[in-house]
Each structure stands twice: as C-alpha cells, then as structure tokens.
Design a protein around this ligand. Structure first.
Ligand code: PMP
Length: 407
C-alpha cells in the first residue's frame, strides 16, 4: 500500500488511534484477534438499532429483514470461500465449535475401536482436544504428523502414518504460533486417494490469502469471524454437502427440526440441521461486513502487504544478535515467534506493553509444539495489513533496549 492508502486504511479502524500508557498503540497481536473496522461496528449497531428481530420464524417485516440479512451473510461467506452451495456454510460460534461439531458428529458413525484420527504436531489445542476426547470415547488413536526443526510438516512422516486405520485428517492450514503455511492441497489429494476426508483449521488462513474450498477439495473447513476483522462469537463450518447430509445433528433444539412429537423428531434440511436455537444474527451480519471490507481492500493486496511486512520484520529482528526466531518455514503468514536471549517471553511481553506494543507471549495454545522445541513459550508478533514499517521499527527498538536490560 502507498503511504496515503495505509493512512486511509488505518483510519477505518478506530482502535488504532488509541493511546496506551500515553503512547501510540502498536498492535501486533493480530493472530489472537484482529481489530474491527468502523464499517463492522456500524453494521452491528445498525442491526440492533433498526431491524433487530428473530430470524426464520416471524411473518412481520423486521423478522423478514433480519432473515434476509442473515441469509445474505451466509451467501457472502459461500462466495468468499468458493463453496458450491450456501447450505454448505454453517454458522457456529467460532473455529473451536466448528471443530467440535465435526469431531462429535463424525465420530458417531465413522469412528470405532482401532481407528485413528490424524492431526499434526503444530495444532492449536482446539484441533487437538476435541479429537482426543472422541478418540478416548471410541477407543481410537491419535496419529500426529511430526514437524521439522524449521517448523514445517515432515512429509515422509505424514505418508508413513497414512494407513488404513486413518478415518479423518484434521490439520491447520496456517500455524498460529509459527506462521507456517502447510501444503494442504498435497495432503488432501494424498488422503483422497485413500478416501480419507480432510478437515482444515483455516482460522489463520482466510484473512491472509484467498482460500477456495473447491480448489482445495477440502471436506470441511473451520474459521472464526474475530480473526478476520469481524465480531467475536461467530464462526463458520464449511462442509461438503455429501458429508453434512451424512452426519447426524450436533445440538438439539429449535430451528434444527422439521417436526417434533414425543415419539419422534425429524430434522431440518441443511444448513439448519446444524443451527439449533436462535443464531448469532448480529455477528453473522457483522462478519459479512468484514468480508466486504476485505474484498474492497483486496485479499491479494492484503497478502502482498503482509508478506512485505513479514520480510522486513524478519530482517530487522535478525539484526538483534541474541534474538532467535522459532519457525522459519519457506512459506509463512506474517507471524513471527521468537525468544530474546535468556529473557523469559513473559517479561519481554510485559516491558513491550509498557511501550504500547501489544504482542502475545506464552505457548499460544500449542503446548505440544513448545515441548517439541523444548521451550516454555515464545514472544509472538503477528502482523496485519494495517501495520506499518514504523511499527516494526518501534518493536525492534524496544527489543534492543530490553535485550540490554535482561541479557
Ligand atoms: N485454530 C487456530 C490455528 C487458531 O489460531 C485459533 C485461535 N487462536 C483457533 C483454532 C481457535 O479459534 P477460536 O478461539 O476463535 O475458536
């Protein structure tokens, strides 16, 4: 982006002009959650101010208006990820719920004793624990694709693990801790040769580059609204129609039924079969607005800008001799995990905070990955297209000072 473009982009995100301890906010925790453009904040307020109503049930005007907006949001997401049908887009509360939904419903008829589920060593806890829970219940095994020292999947390990016991693979597209972009297309095609479905945790993918579910041929993908400039509490599960039809309902309640008697209940068609109860109408509308903003700015331009920042930040950080970057995959999203000499990540993060610089420290919900690298955690700086080189410079300058203090 040009200087002028970036100034205008930043103006759209009100929080970016906040002061923290009297200093300019430098927000480098975009992997945890992204900031919200005024467009999204206004879309939420507009819904509550002028057409708040429950969906799908009312004959009255407002209910129609809310239903239209909610269903339009679904179509917008369908287009955004290149799904063939709007019914393949299920609204959930986020990536975590989307993964739990698939784990629980898939396990019912497709997982039995002796079977296995394949994940990788760089998964977020939310793509480990739901599978672990159903494996325990079904007496199935978890197979874990190993990672290499530079933070990539060890592909010979993947091929070795891909045996007849594997019933589903669930894999992160982009690592939230290392930034690694995994070769998911290759993995999906290898898995499909053996008729094994693949779920992608795309929580750290959809905001960084175009993701097309049909091109990837993914069976399921999950992502969260709040990591793509939308509201919290809303997320998406995409599933191929053939799979969503096959899987049993997840939660029971209103909206997910066709008819109810005490003897027998029949279930609604897709997507409602998986949307029990009043959905998160406002936040679905807010998410659609976030997609408008992303689309208007351009996902290709966003990708380019973030890659430039990643390159610049990596180069600048490497000028600090004690700084060690964890995860140097060939293909990365704009996420940099690092350690500063012997300084504890938490101390580094706390001192950065006093400068108004927001980073994340700790295990980033990837404890097994930290165990692999034999470290307690990292400092993680994660960038969005609204970040600037000046902000990278502020980070590097502050880190130099901390390095002198703590090392
Ligand atoms: N997977 C990945 C790769 C993530 O980065 C996150 C959020 N940090 C999640 C899953 C979970 O997302 P949520 O908390 O929005 O459900």
């Amino acid at each position: 982006f040009s200087k002028e473009e970036i100034i205008n982009i930043r103006k759209r995100f009100p929080i970016l002009s906040e002061k923290i301890y009297g200093k300019d906010l430098v927000y480098l925790d975009n992997t945890a959650t992204t900031q919200k453009p005024a467009d999204v904040i206004e879309a939420l307020a507009d819904y509550y101010k002028s057409y708040n109503s429950n969906v799908h049930r009312g004959v009255h005007h407002l209910s129609q208006q809310a239903t239209d907006a909610y269903e339009k949001a679904r179509k917008k997401i369908q287009q955004f990820i290149g799904a063939s049908l709007p019914e393949e887009v299920i609204f959930t509360s986020g990536t975590t719920e989307s993964i739990n939904l698939v784990a629980q419903t898939f396990a019912k008829d497709h997982l039995k004793k002796g079977d296995s589920v394949m994940i990788s060593a760089m998964e977020h806890h939310s793509n480990i624990v739901p599978w672990q829970m159903i494996c325990e219940e079904k007496n199935a095994k978890l197979k874990v694709i190993p990672v290499t020292e530079n933070g990539e999947l060890y592909m010979p390990g993947f091929e070795k693990l891909l045996d007849k016991t594997v019933k589903i693979i669930s894999l992160t597209y982009v690592s939230n801790t290392l930034g690694t972009v995994n070769p998911v297309k290759q993995i999906i095609s290898k898995a499909h040769e053996k008729n094994i479905p693949v779920m992608l945790d795309a929580a750290q993918a959809v905001q960084h580059f175009p993701v097309n579910v049909q091109e990837l041929d993914a069976d399921f993908i999950a992502f969260s609204g709040h990591k793509m400039y939308g509201p919290t509490g809303i997320g998406v599960l995409y599933g191929k129609e053939k799979w969503l039809k096959k899987l049993p309902p997840y939660k029971g309640g209103g909206d997910m039924i066709k008819t109810v008697t005490f003897e027998k209940t029949t279930y609604n068609d897709l997507p409602y079969k998986f949307e029990a109860g009043t959905p998160n109408i406002a936040d679905a509308i807010g998410l659609a607005k976030a997609i408008d903003v992303i689309t208007e700015i351009g996902l290709h331009k966003i990708h380019h800008a973030e890659q430039e920042l990643l390159k610049y930040a990596t180069g600048q950080l490497k000028t600090i001799p004690t700084l060690r970057i964890i995860g140097e995959a060939k293909e990365k999203a704009a996420v940099i995990s690092f350690l500063l000499g012997n300084a504890h990540p938490f101390d580094t993060g706390e001192i950065l905070d006093k400068q108004g610089i927001a980073v994340r420290t700790g295990h980033h919900c990837t404890e097994p990955l930290m165990d692999f690298f034999k470290i307690p955690g990292t400092v993680r700086a994660s960038f969005s297209f609204y970040n600037t080189r000046e902000e990278v410079d502020a980070l590097v300058k502050a880190l130099r000072r901390i390095d002198n203090m703590l090392n």
